[in-house]
Structure formats: structure tokens, C-alpha cells
Design a protein around this ligand. Structure first.
Ligand SMILES: *Cc1c(COP(=O)(O)O)cnc(C)c1O
Length: 253
């Protein structure tokens, strides 16, 4: 069960903590934008709530958060069901984690945006699921920034996902052909090693190539708690920030 909404006078301690984290991250985004001459209205914030309870999503929604990110279907769908039962207006749900094809239909039932689309079979499964639910789902093609010339998901980077840069345009075209999906742009995660700026610059070049063929695909999802500044500098339009707002997650088992 989700706790009753906090009264306007007495916010609970967790809401105060979340408000502080949000303010700090918004200040970082503002400063990063100022440093490179961008407008902060052009940089969206997806608050990544994976591993945290539905009650935190409710608190964030009351603090004005309009976009949340989740990375596992089972966890995300349970939280969405819990929140729907409260009648609270749900923030937009972004699915950002690696997605198994057999979970795609479930995700298409509640996700507004899927950031992690990296292969044709997954595109078709999402199309099928969205169609069955009578929904339209926004799609970002995930690019593997560790790999520069593989046409498919890179075998060398298990657990991260992404199509090789050489496969981006063909996969984007597959998405564009699907009536229940809307191609909105691309997504990338900087490699753990090395300078994130070169990875984000590559993503920005790929974004320009994508927009040349699909002008509406103008979203670039890049930047997390540790590297949002270089992502903003490279042109990110969507940041995915978790721990800097919610605190550190319990270690993955
Ligand atoms: C967990 C996750 C994030 C958020 O990471 P933080 O370092 O907590 O900000 C962003 N993107 C993806 C794909 C993730 O899985």
C-alpha cells in the first residue's frame, strides 16, 4: 500500500530528501546549460526510480516530476498497477533497461517511451504489443557506444545492449515502418572506461545522421548521475538520473 498523500504543511522526511535531490540535480542541469549556451527547457529529466518503491514515484509526482524511468518489466508493471490503484496521475513511464523480446508486449502496455530498442525482433514484439493494447509507444534506438562497427548487438558488451552504430539507420527504418510505434530518437550509455565526452560526441554525430533521414527523431537520451554535464554539452535532450536524486540503490544481486 502507498501511504496517504502527505499533507501540504507536513511533508514526510523522504519527500524532503527527494526534493533536495531534485533541486540539486536541476541546479546542475542549469549550470551545465549555462556553460554551453543551451536553454534548460530543452533538456528533459527522467528520474530513474528502479529499485525504489512505488511510494517514491508518488512522492516525486507530487513534487512535479513528469517522467520516471524503470529498467525491469516485473518491477515496473507492479509499481504501475499499484499507482493506478491510488488514482494518482501517473508520470510518463520510460523503459530504459535491456528488454527481453518476451517482455515487450507487457512493457508496451504501460510504457510511454522505450529507450532500449536495439534489434528488429524487439521492434516487432513492441509493435505487436502496442497494437494489441491500442496504444502508441515512443521509441528510442539504443546505440552501443562501446562498439564502432558492428551492425548488430555487440557480443562484447553483455548486459548493456545497443545496436552497433553501423546498424542504427536500418533499425530506425524498421521502427519507422511500425504504425503503433513512433521513432523519437536515440539513446546511449557512456562506457564505464574512458572519457564520456568522446562517447557522447559519437552519439551526437549519429543523432544528426538519424535526424537527416527522420526529422522527428530529435531526442538524444544520454547522461546519468555521474556524467550529465558532458551529456548536456554534447546535446542531450533527455537525461536519465537516478542515484543523484533517490540515493544509492541496493546492489544488484
Ligand atoms: C540505472 C540507469 C540510469 C541511472 O543511473 P544513475 O547513475 O543512478 O543516475 C540511467 N540509465 C540507465 C540505462 C540505467 O540503467
Amino acid at each position: 500500500m502507498i501511504a496517504a498523500p502527505d499533507g501540504p504543511r507536513e511533508a514526510d522526511a523522504r519527500s524532503v530528501e527527494l526534493a533536495g535531490g531534485l533541486a540539486a540535480v536541476r541546479a546542475r542541469i542549469e549550470a551545465a546549460c549555462t556553460a554551453c549556451g543551451r536553454r534548460s527547457e530543452d533538456v528533459g529529466l527522467v528520474v530513474v526510480t528502479k529499485f525504489f518503491p512505488a511510494a517514491d514515484i508518488a512522492r516525486l509526482a507530487r513534487l512535479g516530476v513528469e517522467d520516471v524511468g524503470e529498467s525491469r518489466d516485473q518491477e515496473a508493471s507492479a509499481k504501475v498497477d499499484e499507482l493506478r490503484a491510488t488514482g494518482l496521475a501517473l508520470p510518463r513511464v520510460h523503459f530504459i533497461g535491456q528488454l527481453q523480446t518476451n517482455k515487450a508486449a507487457s512493457v508496451a502496455g504501460y510504457a510511454d517511451v522505450v529507450h532500449s530498442v536495439d534489434r528488429g525482433r524487439l521492434v516487432h514484439a513492441l509493435q505487436h504489443g502496442a497494437d494489441r493494447h491500442g496504444r502508441t509507444v515512443d521509441v528510442l534506438v539504443q546505440v552501443d557506444l562501446d562498439d564502432t562497427d558492428s551492425p548488430g548487438p555487440a557480443p562484447g558488451s553483455p548486459g548493456r545492449g545497443g545496436v552497433g552504430p553501423a546498424g542504427l539507420l536500418a533499425l530506425a527504418e524498421t521502427v519507422a515502418q511500425c504504425p503503433a510505434l513512433r521513432l523519437r530518437g536515440l539513446m546511449g550509455v557512456a562506457p564505464l572506461e574512458g572519457d564520456p565526452r568522446s562517447a557522447f560526441d559519437l552519439l551526437a554525430r549519429l543523432s544528426a545522421q538519424l535526424r537527416a533521414e527522420h526529422p522527428g527523431a530529435d531526442e538524444m537520451s544520454a547522461g546519468m548521475s555521474g556524467d550529465l554535464e558532458p551529456a548536456v554539452a554534447a546535446g542531450a535532450t533527455l537525461l536519465r538520473v537516478g542515484s543523484a536524486i533517490l540515493g544509492s540503490r541496493p546492489a544488484r544481486g
